[in-house]
Design a binder for this molecule. Structure first.
Ligand code: ZN
Length: 167
């Protein structure tokens, strides 16, 4: 996730992200938010809910890891009750309907070597990106099915290309 979005979340929810820069022996939050920017809105809403529950129940939720796994959001806390966990489940379910890259409506894509939740456009860009950079699961036949827009998508893929954290 982009640095400014990361900093925004930590500043807005200091109690939840109190371990953001703590030692790796006690938390995985030191690695930051290991997911795309498209889920920023989901995480922001979730943290609003978690803080409200924490204040009301006097049981403060503290994040230990936030990441993408098998195409969905994972948000782990080291304290909290059933109400906290229900809020997290709701957010994780929402992530499977939201493009991890851009935040538009998306769906789980299962045609690649790992699962991702993407909108049609980001899926096309991701696919072209694979063709352009010759990933292992590249399939030239699928590139052809994109049709006349393929060239523009290659350009978009080049622009969008950035390292992604995987876990
Ligand atoms: Zn998208």
């Amino acid at each position: 996730m982009r640095r400014d979005l990361d900093q925004y979340l930590c500043a807005k929810y200091p109690k939840i992200f109190v371990d953001r820069h703590a030692d790796m022996r006690v938390t995985a939050m030191c690695w930051g938010f290991s997911c795309g920017d498209g889920w920023f809105g989901i995480i922001d809403r979730l943290c609003g809910n978690l803080q409200e529950i924490s204040d009301r129940t006097e049981c403060q939720a503290v994040a230990v890891q936030v990441k993408e796994k098998f195409g969905g959001l994972r948000f782990y806390i080291r304290s909290g009750d059933t109400e906290h966990l229900n809020a997290i489940t709701e957010a994780e379910n929402a992530s499977y309907l939201t493009c991890e890259e851009c935040g538009e409506p998306g769906r789980l894509r299962e045609e690649r070597s790992w699962l991702r939740t993407l909108c049609d456009r980001c899926d096309a860009i991701d696919l072209v990106e694979r063709q352009v950079f010759s990933r292992k699961d590249a399939d030239p036949a699928r590139l052809m099915t994109i049709g006349p827009g393929a060239e523009a998508l290659v350009v978009a893929a080049l622009i969008a290309r950035r390292p992604r954290s995987r876990s």
